[in-house]
Design a protein around this ligand. Structure first.
Ligand code: IPD
Ligand code: CA
Ligand code: CA
Length: 290
């Protein structure tokens, strides 16, 4: 399969194969996740009380890992819960449940996120929302919602637009200072017509890709959160601006960057870009002096 990536004319076909395998993997875990959702579950905490995990995160990741590595044996799997397994030219970045705190509390905004990278380029992505049964996907040929081509569209001006952002959370208070973070948040809340904090970076970015919201911004994401949705958004006609936030070198691949601004097609939002760049530059400066 991988040699074809290097053959002109066959790249798209190979990326479609990976997209379909990723879709099948997501569908494979659907029933168990739906059964677990809104049932009694034990909640554990990772870094702090804001960082939840359930047995379903781990169990789902194991199933996805087995599925993907058995269908594409020559690949490397990187999951949020279990880290890296396998070795091969296709790199899977997988979040078994993005939006765990929503999943654990019974709020229906969470998803399975599966991205595939080949030689540094995102070549396939699947974000699956089992509750709504929405399958967002993309390969090198385009973006799809439930198998149909998907196009993003956004309000031209930010004063008419809906912005999704989880900023700030407690971690941002520690990094940026409480007062500064709240000032930045206030500027966004004042400028945008609507500001929402639904949780799940992957599903939020896919809402921009579908034209259901206009922009999203995040300041603490990992490759398994965003790899799939970056391709979905870009192939739907939106744009993704990575932010280094003092954590990765300038010019790093967009899916490795810890921050982002995701814009729907036609969006031109100067306040959002100014605030996001300000947060990123502030953290770059702190990292340089550390
Ligand atoms: C988190 C969610 C959240 C985002 C965080 C992620 P998790 O993932 O996507 O919306 O703001 O940066 O870590 O913990 O629910 O998988
Ligand atoms: Ca996540
Ligand atoms: Ca997760």
């Amino acid at each position: 399969m991988f040699s074809r990536f290097r053959t002109p004319g066959s790249r798209n076909q190979s990326s479609t194969e990976l997209r379909l395998i990723a879709q099948d993997a997501a569908l494979e875990v659907r029933a168990a996740l739906l059964q677990a959702f809104r049932s009694e579950m034990k909640i554990d905490y990772k870094v702090d009380l804001h960082d939840l995990v359930t047995v379903h995160d781990q169990q789902t990741e194991v199933k996805l890992r087995e599925f993907l590595l058995s269908h594409v044996p020559d690949s490397t799997f990187m999951g949020e819960e279990g880290g890296k397994t396998g070795e091969g030219p296709v790199h899977w970045y997988v979040d078994p449940i993005d939006g765990t705190s929503n999943f654990a509390s019974g709020l229906a905004f969470w998803c399975v996120s599966i991205g595939a990278v080949f030689e540094g380029e995102i070549v396939a992505g699947v974000v699956y929302d089992p509750v709504a049964n929405n399958m967002f996907s993309a390969d090198l040929g385009g973006a799809y919602l439930n198998g149909k081509p998907m196009r993003s569209k956004a309000a031209a001006e930010e004063t008419r637009a809906t912005l999704i952002t989880g900023y700030p959370v407690a971690r941002d208070f520690r990094l940026d200072g409480r007062q500064q973070s709240l000032e930045d948040f206030g500027e966004l809340a004042n400028t945008f017509s609507t500001l929402r904090r639904p949780g799940s970076a992957a599903l939020s970015i896919c809402h921009i890709a579908a034209g259901w919201s206009d922009a999203a911004a995040g300041f603490g994401v990992n490759p398994w959160d965003v790899t799939a949705s970056i391709l979905i958004l870009e192939k739907a006609g939106g744009s993704y601006k990575p932010l280094t936030l003092g954590k990765v070198a300038a010019g790093s691949p967009n899916f490795m960057c810890p921050g982002y601004v995701a814009l729907g097609h036609g969006a031109n939002y100067p306040t959002l870009m100014r605030v996001a760049n300000r947060i990123s530059e502030r953290r770059d400066k702190v990292a340089m002096t550390a």
